[in-house]
Design a protein. Structure first.
Length: 1022
């Protein structure tokens, strides 16, 4: 709505009243340009409410014009559809573009330069180009004949010449309108061009005349056996595509042939009349093939009732290489006699093969009346025509790799080709005949024949090759698919090299009256203009403009547009903005599209006036790429606007991806910048509000040197325009970008800076500013290293840092076990770092050292490796002497520890002792067991050792075993038998482990007691 409001503001009050009163459709969303009170252009969006097709585009467009006749100030009945064409969509989601182009016709007479073009995108009307000429009031019936007008034109020309055509039209002149005969004369060197005369159709007065030759300029690149850019390039081999190759083979069939020669008129006719009396239906048929210079040389098939007044059945010109059957009714000659005749006429220009006739028959409802197979010519009078055998012909065109293939031959045949294709024919004007390559080939033995035109091109510096290749390329460019589907170029264009028809050098031109292109030979300080590829492209583009535009684009602002478009497409095809480089020894470029030329205030010379327009298109190409730019330009051309400003609007309409110009287009910024800002080609569609900076860096920033910093910011723009971004450092411009949102700041010296960014969409700008302080980061003055100390020792080392700002340095360490002496000192002064680990600590200690200058800091990590030292073992239960009784067992506990928490293993030096378990975690008791041998007593020394895997402790103790008295043991005595009164004597012995002294006794008093163990007794009588 903002855009609509802005548009309505610039309209006059009277315009608003007219708009409201005259429309039937809702046109409020349209931007309207007025010319003399009538709307000349409408740009906007109107949904037509139906899907547009080839079948309804005319009715949809006419319905709009009929509903809005009062507003548009047109008469829809005076518009004849000239073209309804569809282009494929520019963006994937679109359905396509339709152009409906109408020519104005006043009471049946065409109105020159009167037209209306309507453009539809996605079934919405987006542009109306209204060039309807109003106020015409005249008698549409001519007062003089076309022949009379042609004679007046030839009389004024002062040379004997036959006009190409004479057309009745309405033309504007003398602040009014005239019914006029437009007499187009052919290109003639005596006249210095191809002149068009406007003769008043009522009184024969000469209204005006002009030379409609579109002159061009030199530019080129040729590769292969052509010049890639200009004649100073080296040649290289290229493929010739679409070249017509013909194969001829003699035939026994007889025909008649027109012959060929400059200014020749030849004829062949029946030498007797053929009576058609009594028939009710009669036709004449014949076979024909021909090659005649298009629209210059002609053959006529004629019949006559008396042999002197002839009716032309058909006029032939151009090419038809294969035989065709023609059939015409002779109903008007029933009950009369008839003669038949073939006449061929050549002009003084290019000569081609001619006209061939066979099998002439007159057939009635009841059968054949007359038949001629030309085995004999007794029924014919030949004047210039000749009787000969036919030649069987087949032909094809080379493909994109230059290959051709023709079938249907056996034996010998002749291969003939020239610089011709269905769309291009290049002829050396100096030679007037086509340059041919001819070869005899035996198709049965080996039908292969390849050749290089380098050995067959007879023209100066291979002009024919150069022009054919580049003309084919530019033709294919303009006709190969949407939107480059300029089908009007699909005719055989005659291109003449070495053309001296203007008696000048350093020139090239396109002649719209004949659709031909002409190149002058070398001389006058220039080489042959045909050797520049951009010159070929330039002139051919004039033909494309001629096909697309209804109005003449020859002078004033339209003429400048024509030249600019020709320059642009020549430059884009070569990828080079320099037009006609190597024009002469002193001119690097005749025109350079990479320019800053502004739109002229008046238009006086089409080439000079074109440069701002071509420069804007080239700038657009640089910004969006050649594919997008070429596409937009060709689409805009089809709207047929005739001013620079209107063409810019057409580009915006074509670029719009949602039929809503109020929210911009995908490339609006690039378009408006290229045309409006750089070259002064303006449109209100490029007006808008300034971009808005939304986010940026903090207003004050401190950064460290050396600098490699990227500042980022964001902005918005309601039309997504191309944004120019400029950066300033202390008011000095640093650099500029387009559509950038960041800036890389590097290599500044230490100090303070004011940084600012300006964003502009060419119409207005916004800015943002912040302060930047550049300081240095502290650096260490000592070499950082790692340290190693032993457990239970200390470490001290010095550190220091400096910066270029001469700041006081404060030091930090991240481990409280470390302490600093003099933590804050002037830079360069050492501070001491002390570290005493806890008792028995070992392992890696990582510390972070930081030097801070108040803004920036430097931090680095080092580590201290505290290596372990084995600590001394100690007894938890110190071993002590032990006492025990003989034949008893001994148990006692021992344990040892160290601060390393090692596992302790115990050892005893006496195998009679054992320890359980032998190894145990430190601090836990182990038991020593000892059971001495039976009856053993005495003192036993024992060495006890505790070992932690590295070191050991030992202790010697004494185990005192007290003796115990063991009971004696009496030796067994045997039983004795004695006689009564005998003596009984025995001795008792005893022993014990103690080896003691024994006292013996017996418990029978009859035995004498004896402590020594000897006993006796004398028995008594019973």
């Amino acid at each position: 709505m903002r855009w609509l409001f802005a548009v309505l503001l610039v309209m006059s009050a009277s315009a608003l009243v007219a708009l409201a009163a005259g429309r039937s459709d809702n046109l409020q969303a349209f931007k309207v340009d007025y010319d003399g009170g009538a709307p000349e252009r409408l740009v906007g969006s109107l949904d037509v409410g139906r899907h547009i097709t080839a079948g309804n585009v005319d009715s949809v467009a006419r319905g709009f014009m009929e509903r809005n006749e009062r507003f548009l100030k047109i008469d829809e009945d005076e518009l004849a559809l000239r073209q309804a064409e569809r282009d494929s969509p520019l963006y994937r989601h679109q359905s396509g573009v339709w152009y409906a182009a109408y020519e104005q016709v006043y009471r049946g007479v065409p109105v020159e330069d009167g037209f209306v073009v309507l453009v539809y995108v996605d079934d919405k009307l987006v542009t109306v180009n209204n060039n309807f000429l109003r106020g015409i009031s005249l008698n549409p019936v001519p007062g003089i004949s076309a022949e009379k007008a042609a004679g007046l034109a030839v009389q004024d020309a002062g040379v004997s010449i036959t006009p190409l055509n004479t057309t009745l039209l309405v033309t504007a002149a003398d602040s009014g309108y005239h019914l006029a005969w437009k007499v187009q004369l052919p290109l003639d060197e005596r006249l210095g061009g191809a002149w068009a005369y406007y003769v008043d159709a009522h009184d024969g007065r000469l209204i005006r005349k002009f030379n409609n030759i579109v002159f061009g300029d030199i530019y080129g690149r040729v590769t292969g056996m052509i010049y890639p850019e200009h004649w100073k390039n080296s040649r290289s081999l290229v493929n010739f595509t679409n070249l017509t190759v013909r194969v001829y083979q003699p035939s026994n069939n007889s025909i008649i042939y027109s012959g060929k020669a400059h200014s020749l008129v030849s004829a062949a006719g029946t030498n007797r009349s053929i009576n058609l009396s009594g028939y009710t239906d009669v036709n004449i048929t014949f076979m024909a093939r021909y090659e005649l210079e298009n629209n210059s040389d002609y053959s006529y098939a004629r019949v006559s009732a008396n042999g002197s007044s002839w009716q032309t059945l058909e006029t032939f010109t151009g090419r038809q290489l294969g035989w065709i059957l023609r059939n015409y009714s002779l109903i008007n000659y029933i009950n009369r006699s008839v003669y038949t005749n073939f006449t061929t006429s050549y002009d003084a220009s290019v000569v081609e093969d001619g006209f061939f006739v066979d099998n002439v028959s007159i057939v009635a409802n009841s059968g054949i009346v007359f038949s001629e197979d030309f085995n004999s010519t007794s029924n014919w009078s030949l004047a210039g025509y000749s009787h000969s055998n036919d030649t069987f012909i087949n032909f094809t065109n080379t493909n994109y790799t230059g290959h051709y293939n023709i079938t249907g031959f056996s034996g010998n045949a002749t291969v003939i080709t020239s610089f011709r294709s269905p769309w291009i024919r290049v002829v050396d004007r100096a030679a007037t005949y086509d340059a041919n390559h001819t070869a005899e080939v035996n198709s049965t033995l080996n039908g292969s024949h390849s050749w290089n035109w380098n050995g067959s091109d007879p023209s100066y510096s291979l002009e024919l090759s150069n022009v054919f290749y580049h003309a084919t390329r530019v033709h294919d460019y303009f006709t190969n698919g949407t939107p480059f589907n300029v089908s009007g170029l699909n005719y055989e264009m005659l291109i003449l090299v070495q053309d001296t028809s203007l008696s000048s050098n350093c020139n090239a031109f396109y002649a719209p009256a004949t659709g031909t292109v002409h190149f002058t030979p070398a001389g006058g300080g220039c080489n042959a203009t045909s050797l520049g590829s951009d010159i070929v492209y330039h002139e051919y583009t004039h033909a494309a403009v001629d096909q697309i535009y209804s109005a003449a684009m020859t002078s004033g602002q339209p003429g400048a547009m024509n030249e600019a478009l020709a320059d642009y497409f020549a430059a884009t095809l070569n990828g080079n903005p320099c037009l006609a480089d190597e024009w002469d020894s002193t001119t690097p470029c005749l025109r350079n599209l990479n320019n800053s030329v502004q739109k002229p205030t008046s238009f006086t010379q089409v080439h000079a006036d074109s440069q701002s327009f071509s420069g804007a298109m080239w700038e657009l190409r640089l910004r969006v790429g050649n594919t997008k730019s070429d596409d937009l330009v060709i689409r805009a051309m089809k709207v047929q606007s005739q001013t620079f400003n209107a063409f810019l609007e057409d580009l915006l309409v074509m670029d719009d991806n949602n039929t809503n110009l109020s929210d911009g287009t995908p490339n609006r910024g690039q378009l408006c910048y290229s045309f409006s800002v750089l070259h002064g080609i303006n449109s209100s569609l490029c007006n808008n509000s300034a971009p808005v900076l939304t986010t940026g860096p903090a207003t004050q920033n401190v950064i460290s040197w050396p600098i490699n910093l990227t500042f980022s910011f964001n902005y918005t723009d309601e039309h997504n325009d191309l944004i120019a971004v400029s950066w300033f450092l202390n008011s000095s411009n640093q650099t500029a970008f387009f559509n950038s949102t960041s800036y890389n700041f590097t290599n500044a010296t230490i100090g303070s800076y004011n940084v600012s960014v300006f964003v502009s969409d060419w119409n207005s700008s916004a800015s943002y500013e912040w302060r930047l302080d550049v300081k240095t980061v502290p650096v260490w003055n000592f070499t950082l290293q790692n340290y190693t100390i032993q457990e239970d020792s200390s470490l001290s080392f010095n550190i220091s840092a400096s910066d270029f700002d001469n700041d006081t340095i404060r030091y930090y360490v991240n481990d409280s076990r470390f302490n600093l002496t003099g933590a804050t000192v002037p830079q360069g002064v050492n501070v001491t770092l002390n570290f005493t680990p806890a008792a028995n600590f070992n392992g890696l200690v990582f510390i972070n050292l930081t030097a801070f200058d108040g803004v920036f800091n430097t931090s680095d990590k080092i580590f201290v490796n505290v290596t372990p030292v084995n600590d001394v073992l100690y007894w938890n239960f110190s071993p002590s002497n032990q006492s025990m009784l003989e034949d008893a067992a001994l148990f006692f506990n021992i344990s040892a520890s160290d601060v390393d928490n090692d596992t302790i293993r115990y050892y005893l030096n006496d195998s009679r002792f054992n320890v359980t378990p032998a190894a145990l975690a430190q601090g836990l008791n182990v038991t020593v067991n000892f059971t001495p041998a039976s009856n053993f007593n005495g003192t036993v020394p024992l060495n006890i050792t505790a070992w932690d895997g590295t070191a050991n402790i030992s202790e010697v103790i004494l185990v005192n075993i007290s003796p115990q008295n063991d009971p004696p043991e009496i030796a067994q005595q045997a039983n004795m038998s004695v006689n009564e009164t005998d003596w009984v004597n025995f001795t008792v012995s005893a022993s014990d482990p103690d080896n003691g002294f024994f006292n013996y006794s017996v418990n029978d008093t009859r035995f004498a007691q004896n402590t020594s163990g000897n006993f006796s007794w004398r028995t008594n009588l019973a």
